[in-house]
Structure formats: structure tokens, C-alpha cells
Design a protein around this ligand. Structure first.
Ligand code: XUL
Ligand code: CO
Length: 434
């Protein structure tokens, strides 16, 4: 126990209460035949909650935490105590971390690995004593200046090798801790200017690196999913993992579409000019849906603001796509979310998560009702009903050709009649549920 959250007992489902607790998230409530906890699979991230100091481009640290600056192993252990205290108070089933969040970097690669392993020993004890499980681990290949020009896409091959050592250490610790996924977010995998960039070479290096990661996964017997997290820009001007469709094209090109899935973040979808539900639906359509980072952007800022989810309609449309695709398997709902820099207190950390969990619970329940009552699926099916007819199916079959279809169309003198898409009425249907 760190003492940092000593004002808080574990939060309970307390629908009528006014103190700290959940108003809508009851982990045991059964929704579409499954406990809510098992649907949502909440995870708290280590980095924004325990590492971020509250800085912005105009000013530095606003938060004061007893474990800052976290640059010794003793402070890293104090931070871990606080992190596991918060996990216990929230009752979340999972957490997520970067290597960089949990241990100070050592003087050499070997020392960095040993420090990570030492922290994993502590995590193992805490996890065995009823702590949360690991949703995913990941390596920070973007903060240190060595990654300034890229990680696996760096023009310097020594950086590629450094990344291999870092990712191996982090994958192996993730495996040891029973992690259910391993995430790669290409924070510096992109370019600032085409004037100095060999795009072809950088993409090939990234494809090779990801193949090496997948090979290593199989070599060590890691059964979790490897996930890429798309983002269009920030920190680089153009990131290679721009959005779900771009990642799919990349995976196909490097023969990895059966091996790698995506971790989709709401804020990254917004930056890419998409809605969150678009990215989720696209991943389901392409068969690469893995997990979600449930943090939104300010719609006006054009920047990755990583806010806690606070809109029930947005959450409902997101979980609608998750449920429509069959729900999470190895994935879950990770709050890659940070407090606003004026939210200084331990209470802010606790309640931001608790209220976000309530928003997700409301969204999930609304989504489940829309699905169960076929509020959208009925009209959707009706819209495509013509495709159930044998002559329609025949056009998609191997026996059809453009000419055979054209001949039939002319012979029958077909004259298609447009039907209403009923968009406003469907929007009104959604509003009845949220
Ligand atoms: C950055 C981001 C990362 C990844 C993990 O925008 O989302 O925190 O989730 O590296
Ligand atoms: Co993220």
C-alpha cells in the first residue's frame, strides 16, 4: 500500500448513492448472456495515470506525486504500490504498461532488461495476491531521443537492433505475466519530411520488424494477440499506421494479416478524420479487430487530448460495433486517458476512471438493447433483402461473368427503383436508446 489513495475503499455498485461508487457499472449484471465485467474487460493504463506530470507545450509539471520523478528503482516500486492500489479501488480486471512506465531506463540495454524483470517480479506477486491481470504490455519506442528519426524505420540500423532488444525484453515479460495481447504503437514510425525519407526502405524495415516480432511470439509460445495501434499523425507529421484500412494494407503486403490485429483508439480515429465506430466496423469487416483504447479527443483541438470518455451516445455506438462483431476475445477496454492538467488530486484519478466506467456501462447496455431488439439490424436486413434472392446470389458466384449478368439485365429489362435510406429515422431510433 502506498498511502496515496488512503481516503478510498474499493468502489462498489451503488446506483442510488452520492459518494464514490458506480451508478451504472455492476460487474455482475448480465447483459446479452454475459457479465458486464466480462464484456467490458476494463484496463487502467500505467502511463497517463502514474507517469504523466501534467505538462503541456506552454508549461511543465502540475501534478505532485510522491513517486515523481520515478528515476530510481525505489521510486518505481512506490509508483507500483500506488498503481496497484488504484487498480484495487476501481476493481478493474486488467492493467496495461510500457516498459518505460514501470522502470527507469538503465545505463545499458542489459540493465534496462534486468530492471524490467525485477519490476515484473513485484507485479507477479501483486497479481497473484488478487491484483488485476495484464491486458497488454508494450515497449516505449518513442520518448528517448534515440528514436527521434524512427524506431524500426530509423535510418540508423543500430536503432533497429536496439528496438529488437527492447521489444524482446518487453514481450518476454508480457508473456511471463500472462498478458493477453502485445501492442505496438508506431509512435515514431513515420516521417517529418519526404525530402530526407526513403519511404520504400522504411516500410520494408517496419514489415521485417513486425515479422520478427511474430516469429518471436511463436518461438516463446506467447498465445496472446499481437496488436498494431493505428494513428495518422502526432508525433510525426505522417505515421505509417495511419488508420485501420492502411494497417490492413500493410499487413497484407508483409504477409501478416492472419497474425496481427488492431488496437483502435477513439482519439486516433478522430485524428484520422473517422468516427470511432467507423474504425471498429472496418476492423470487423477486415477480420482484424483486437482491442480498444477508450479515450476521446476534443473535437475542436485537432490534437490527441486523451480525455476520459464522457459521452454515452459515443460509447453506445462504439460498443454497438464491438458487440456486432461478437465482442472482445483477447481484447478489452483500456483507458489510455489522462486527467486534465488542473485535476491535481488523487480523487481526480479515482473518479475520472469510475465515471468513465459508468459511461461505458451505459453505452454497453444501450448497445445491447439495440441489438437484442433488432432496432437497427431489422432495417439493415430489410435494406439488403434483395440479395437473398437466388438470381442476386448467382451474380456473386463463380459461374457468373460481367457479360452473363449484363445479358440477364437486358433480357429482363430491369429498372431499379431507389428506396429511402431512412437515415433521420434511424438516428431517432438510436436516440431512443441512449
Ligand atoms: C499514443 C498512444 C499510446 C499507445 C501505447 O497516442 O495511444 O499510448 O496506446 O503506446
Ligand atoms: Co493508445
Amino acid at each position: 500500500m502506498s498511502g496515496y489513495f488512503s481516503d478510498f475503499a474499493p468502489l462498489a455498485y451503488d446506483p442510488q448513492g452520492s459518494g464514490p461508487g458506480f451508478r451504472h457499472y455492476d460487474p455482475n449484471e448480465v447483459v446479452m448472456g454475459k457479465r458486464m465485467e466480462d464484456h467490458l474487460r476494463f484496463a487502467v493504463c500505467y502511463w497517463h495515470s502514474f507517469v504523466w506530470e501534467g505538462g503541456d507545450p506552454f508549461g511543465g509539471q502540475t501534478f505532485r506525486r510522491p513517486w515523481f520523478p520515478g528515476d530510481t528503482m525505489d521510486l518505481a516500486k512506490l509508483k507500483a504500490e500506488a498503481a496497484f492500489d488504484l487498480f484495487r479501488i476501481l476493481g478493474v480486471p486488467y492493467f496495461t504498461f510500457h516498459d518505460h512506465d514501470v522502470r527507469p531506463e538503465g545505463a545499458s540495454l542489459t540493465e534496462s532488461r534486468r530492471r524490467l524483470e525485477e519490476m515484473a517480479d513485484l507485479f507477479e506477486t501483486k497479481m497473484a495476491a488478487g491484483g488485476p491481470k495484464l491486458l497488454w504490455g508494450t515497449a516505449n519506442l518513442f520518448s528517448n531521443r534515440r528514436y527521434m528519426a524512427g524506431a524500426s524505420t530509423n535510418p540508423d540500423p543500430e536503432v533497429f537492433a536496439y528496438c529488437a532488444a527492447t521489444v524482446r525484453a518487453c514481450m518476454e515479460v508480457t508473456h511471463r505475466l500472462g498478458g493477453e495481447n502485445y501492442v505496438l504503437w508506431g509512435g515514431r514510425e513515420g516521417y517529418e519530411t519526404l525530402l530526407n525519407t526513403d519511404l520504400t526502405q522504411e516500410l520494408d524495415h517496419m514489415g521485417r520488424f513486425l515479422n520478427l516480432v511474430v516469429e518471436h511470439k511463436h518461438r516463446i509460445g506467447f498465445k496472446g494477440a499481437i496488436l498494431i495501434e493505428p494513428k495518422p499523425q502526432e508525433p510525426t507529421k505522417h505515421q505509417y499506421d495511419f488508420d485501420v484500412a492502411t494497417v490492413y494494407g500493410f499487413l497484407k503486403r508483409y504477409g501478416l494479416e492472419q497474425e496481427v490485429k488492431v488496437n483502435i483508439e477513439q482519439g486516433h480515429a478522430i485524428l484520422a478524420g473517422h468516427s470511432f465506430e467507423h474504425e471498429l466496423a472496418m476492423a470487423n469487416a477486415l477480420g482484424i479487430f483486437g482491442s480498444i483504447d477508450m479515450n476521446r479527443n476534443d473535437q475542436q483541438s485537432g490534437w490527441d487530448t486523451d480525455q476520459f470518455p464522457n459521452s454515452v451516445p459515443e460509447a453506445a455506438l462504439a460498443y454497438y460495433e464491438v458487440l456486432r462483431g461478437g465482442g472482445f476475445s483477447t481484447g478489452g477496454t483500456n483507458f489510455d486517458a489522462k486527467l486534465r492538467r488542473q485535476s491535481l488530486d488523487a480523487e481526480d484519478l479515482v473518479m475520472a476512471h469510475a465515471e468513465a466506467m459508468d459511461v461505458c456501462a451505459r453505452g454497453l447496455k444501450a448497445a445491447a438493447r439495440m441489438l437484442e431488439e433488432e432496432a437497427l439490424e431489422g432495417p439493415r436486413r430489410a435494406r439488403y433483402a434483395g440479395w437473398a434472392k437466388p438470381e442476386a446470389q448467382a451474380m456473386l458466384g463463380a459461374g457468373a461473368s460481367l457479360a452473363s449478368i449484363a445479358d440477364r439485365a437486358e433480357a429482363e429489362g430491369i429498372d431499379p427503383q431507389p428506396a429511402s435510406g431512412r437515415q433521420e429515422r434511424l438516428e431517432a431510433v438510436v436516440n431512443r436508446y441512449v
